[in-house]
Design a protein around this ligand. Structure first.
Ligand code: SOE
Length: 402
């Protein structure tokens, strides 16, 4: 199957790129913002069109479509994939359906964006990466939604590391801290069931920090030693409508089958040492993704809760006035920022989805491989599997499969 024909309905020389999105909860809303805004902010070679959104509850998905500007609503994802006005399928469902939808979309000749983590198992991720590679030869592209790569400060950090401003890396210290599970009466939503989510804090938050650490460091993990824990092993079954992150508990109770927290150390292929912490029990921490890198010549530090700032210590400066200084990442020369507001008028969480859409549209139009690729998503999945294997063996150092 070839790449879908490019229509130029607007007649303005920038053919539309029909987007069909499966899933319409938190991530669906975030991606909608990205697709809706991107063409208004960035000059694009193709113009994203919000063609159709899909979900099982017809009334709810119709309401979501109206709110976010999707032209049509579907209740069957196979019908969405078959639509002629859908060129790209954006998967925002829980992990248990990523593989099936992505494989079908690639087979139907569509481009694919898939939320993280790529899949629930290494086997699924392998099949997806294989299918994406085969589709690449047919002119299709596939990308994983590790959106934090698109925080301008994170992209700047990566380029500063690549330029050698930190020298040889010694330490990469990463944590992703949330607290939405501290209440033991929080209901047993899909995010707490292994068959739906694959894993808990590990796949949800750990996947982000593994990807971000490797992206910024420009290196991959060779192996890990891990501990995981499930602090609250039984929770009330959800009653009524519940998203993964909210809802009320009813009378019955069920077993939590995923980790609540994962803690692991790792060794990069270059020899740098890393530590990772992913938890939903860091009371008072809402979305604190922190990364610090220490190299022979300097250090960088970033916190998602202050995402317009990157802290840099230049270790080559005299001790008398060296020290961490704040780079306010709002200059037009900073990644993505020329298209936005004047210096000092910062960006937020939702802009990462706009940037993600921008990069993907360029890759589709230019026929280049968007990053992170499905192969990158598979590699993260292998790190997660190594973490689980190590934790099951009481932290025995476990190599990441290549
Ligand atoms: C919940 O932990 C969550 O929504 C994650 O699923 C997202 O990937 C993260 O960006 C924010 O927190």
């Amino acid at each position: 199957m070839g790449q879908p024909e490019q229509r130029d309905e607007a007649g303005d020389g920038s053919p539309p790129l029909g987007v069909g999105m499966v899933g319409y909860a938190f991530m669906g809303a975030a991606h909608s913002q990205g697709w809706r805004t991107v063409g208004r902010v960035f000059d694009l070679p193709r113009r994203p069109v919000l063609a159709a959104v899909c979900g099982r509850d017809g009334a709810a998905v119709r309401a979501m479509a109206d709110r976010h500007g999707w032209a049509a609503a579907e209740t069957d994802w196979r019908a969405l994939i078959e639509r002629d006005d859908v060129d790209l399928v954006d998967i925002c469902t829980p992990g248990d359906s990523h593989a099936e939808i992505a494989l079908a979309a690639l087979a139907a000749g569509k481009h694919v964006l898939c939320e993280k983590p790529l899949a629930n198992t290494v086997e699924e991720a392998e099949a997806m990466a294989g299918a994406a590679e085969a589709a690449r030869a047919r002119g299709q592209v596939a990308m994983v939604g590790f959106n934090y790569r698109r925080v301008p400060a994170a992209a700047l950090a990566r380029s500063m590391v690549a330029e050698g401003r930190l020298g040889e890396l010694r330490h990469v210290r990463v944590a992703y801290l949330q607290d939405w599970l501290t209440d033991p009466e929080f209901p047993l939503t899909w995010r707490l069931r292994k068959e739906a989510a694959g894993s808990g804090a590990l796949g949800d938050l750990g996947a982000h920090i593994v990807d971000l650490a490797q992206y910024v460091a420009g290196e991959r993990l060779a192996g890990v030693s891990a501990l995981t824990e499930t602090f609250v092993r039984e929770r009330p079954l959800p009653e009524g409508a519940s998203s993964g992150l909210s809802g009320a508990g009813g009378a019955g109770r069920g077993a939590v089958t995923v980790d609540d927290a994962a803690l692991f150390t790792g060794r990069f292929t270059t020899g740098a040492l890393a530590s990772f912490e992913a938890t939903r029990y860091a009371t008072g921490r809402k979305n604190a993704l922190r990364i610090e890198l220490n190299g022979a010549r300097g250090s960088l530090s970033f916190d998602l809760e202050r995402l317009n700032e990157l802290w840099y210590h230049d270790g080559t400066e005299p001790d008398t006035h060296a020290g961490f200084r704040r780079i306010l990442v709002t200059e037009p020369d900073h990644p993505y920022l020329a298209a936005w507001w004047p210096p000092g008028h910062g960006l937020g969480y939702e802009h990462t989805f706009v940037h993600q859409a921008r990069d993907l549209v360029h890759a589709v139009a230019e026929g280049t491989q968007p990053l992170p690729s499905f192969a990158d998503g598979l590699q993260v999945q292998r790190v997660l599997a190594a973490v689980e294997e190590s934790a099951a063996k009481n932290s025995v150092f476990t190599s990441v499969a290549v």
